[in-house]
Design a binder for this molecule. Structure first.
Ligand code: FEO
Ligand code: CA
Ligand code: CA
Ligand code: CA
Length: 547
């Protein structure tokens, strides 16, 4: 691990006010440019120009509902002025693809192809022009789409239960990367909601894709478990051993880590093919005394046997449900029924674990628990019934090691706002400074600075009659949070209807890439259909963002 550098500059931007403006609001001295809109051309061909595409055209377009993303350096290119951006498309932006609502049960073959074209990922080569503005390099050989219509292979212990060639990946929510610079895109669904004729086992995986197109073709890595994957964040040690941390955005949903059996190679990328097929999967158990354990999800251990008993959804009712019998005959069944295996093994059922981030020096891991309005019984790590506004848990591995089987944990903050006090204490939270609801994206940048992005649903329930969630918090936004004082400062506010999700940056931190997902107003191009988009946030004086 690299020690967390002492930030070479203070975070000194003037916070922006909560608002409901149909634009992206950033602090004074910052600029916003739109880099990549749903329907823009990725592979050479057409782009959205106001009329609906053919399936063949849409297959080459930028997909919809941009979510997690990662920036990759290109050999021979100054990474502060050019590189590859790999980004997820969680859902179609239907409004630019077809008229009316999409219904998988009645959709035509062309409508299915159109919908499936707009999920998956895109890889684009981008470069900063002499005017300081970033743009996609239209002619780059790196520009590539992987969609819901593309073919995927499977690796790992459950590969034999999946189709030989798998059609599509779906609900590409958030993402991550490996130390050998492949992209990990995460499926947040275990069923094919766009084409129900496909077998369910094929979905709900972490998919490894090499943005440089040098290593294996796109592969669903079954050893990491099948659930409603949000993102994946890794921790390495000095011996090049690596752990991958993952949340299951479900009620109930657990927190997982996968530890690769062997060290990765730093100088031979090809030697790392298959690293994600061999390792141990664990689920997190948060004890009441602030300690925690990683429970191994290996067939034959921790109750994962034939005749096991699944305690079920213990969070959403005051009386425990009747346990359900479940059989785990082999590791493939553990991985395919991972949510059940996690509960059997004693994993703690959390309030929808979304993103996880690891500090550069391995000293802390943060996870967002976005909300869980249906929680009726609490545990110390999920301390609020009817948790409408969510919280953030911080945990620390024993010895700051990715191989640890024990950790310590604390509640880092409880989201909410004092203006909601009349609805009950559980709506107020303990945020110092700018308040928010429903933390979702979270990322510690290479300077060790913590950024949080929100996804309170719109229209949403604030918990107080007569007060909409936007009355209290404004549009979804992005915040900087000081890890010592826990003071929150609002950095960016999104346009109407959107969620803020996805954060990547250049090594000099002068360029931040942020995704604006599912806007519904008159943004990003006035007078046109709203479109999910990647934006670029910079400073007019060319200093690092946040300085
Ligand atoms: Fe796709 Fe859980 O956010
Ligand atoms: Ca999310
Ligand atoms: Ca969310
Ligand atoms: Ca979303």
């Amino acid at each position: 691990p690299t020690p967390t550098p002492t930030p070479s500059y203070d975070v000194a931007f003037a916070p922006v006010a909560a608002n409901m403006d149909d634009t992206v609001t950033v602090p004074n001295g910052y600029t916003v440019d739109v880099l990549l809109k749903a329907g823009d051309s990725i592979e050479a061909g057409t782009a959205y120009s106001g009329s609906y595409p053919t399936p063949a055209d849409a297959e080459k377009w930028c997909g919809g509902n941009h979510d997690g993303m990662e920036y990759f350096e290109l050999s021979g290119v100054d990474p502060n002025t050019g590189g590859l951006l790999a980004l997820n498309f969680e859902l179609p932006d239907y409004n630019i693809l077809m008229s009316g609502a999409y219904d998988a049960a009645t959709a035509s073959a062309d409508q299915k192809k159109l919908a499936l074209s707009a999920v998956g990922i895109g890889v684009v080569e981008i470069a900063k022009g002499s005017d300081g503005k970033w743009a996609v390099k239209a002619d780059s050989r790196h520009n590539k789409r992987y969609t819901g219509n593309s073919s995927y292979r499977a690796g790992g212990p459950a590969a034999g239960l999946l189709s030989g060639t798998i059609k599509g990946m779906l609900n590409n929510c958030s993402s991550g990367r490996t130390p050998w610079n492949t992209y990990l895109t995460c499926e947040e669904t275990t069923d094919n909601y766009l084409d129900p004729t496909q077998p369910e086992e094929n979905y709900g995986w972490v998919v490894e894709i090499d943005p440089f197109q040098e290593l294996a073709p796109p592969t669903k890595r079954t050893a990491l478990g099948r659930f409603n994957h949000e993102n994946v964040a890794h921790m390495t040690n000095d011996d090049r051993r690596v752990a991958f941390y993952m949340g299951d955005d479900s009620t109930p949903g657990c927190i997982y880590k996968f530890v690769c059996d062997r060290a990765y190679s730093a100088d031979n990328r090809g030697a790392n093919t298959g690293m994600l097929d061999y390792g141990t999967l664990y689920v997190a158990r948060f004890n009441a005394d602030g300690s925690g354990e990683w429970r191994e999800l290996t067939q034959g251990r921790n109750g994962l046997t034939v005749g096991a008993s699944d305690p079920g959804n213990v969070s959403q009712s005051t009386t425990p449900p009747a346990p359900a019998p479940v059989d785990f005959r082999n590791q493939a069944e553990v991985l395919v029924n991972c949510q059940s295996a996690a509960r059997v093994a004693g994993g703690t059922v959390m309030d929808r674990p979304e993103w996880i981030t690891v500090a550069p020096d391995n000293s802390a891991i943060f996870v967002t628990l976005t909300n869980n309005s249906g929680r009726q019984s609490t545990v110390p790590a999920d301390p609020r019934v009817r948790n409408l506004h969510g919280h953030i848990v911080k945990f620390k591995e024993a010895g700051d090691s990715p191989l640890a089987t024990d950790f310590s944990w604390e509640i880092f903050l409880l989201a909410g706002d004092p203006a909601l006090a009349s609805g009950g204490d559980n709506l107020v939270g303990d945020i110092e400074g700018d308040t928010f609801s429903s933390p979702d994206g979270i990322r510690i940048d290479p300077q060790g600075r913590l950024w949080v992005q929100t996804d309170h649903s719109i229209p949403g329930n604030s918990g107080v009659t007569g007060k909409s969630i936007e009355d209290v918090f404004g549009h979804n936004a992005m915040f900087y949070i000081d890890q010592d004082s826990k003071e929150s400062k609002r950095f960016l506010v999104g346009p109407t209807g959107c969620e803020i999700t996805g954060l990547a940056y250049t090594p000099d931190l002068k360029t931040f890439f942020v995704n604006i997902q599912h806007p519904t107003g008159d943004w990003p191009v006035s007078g046109q259909e709203p479109r999910s988009s990647t934006i670029v946030v910079r400073r007019s004086d060319d200093k690092p963002v946040g300085a």
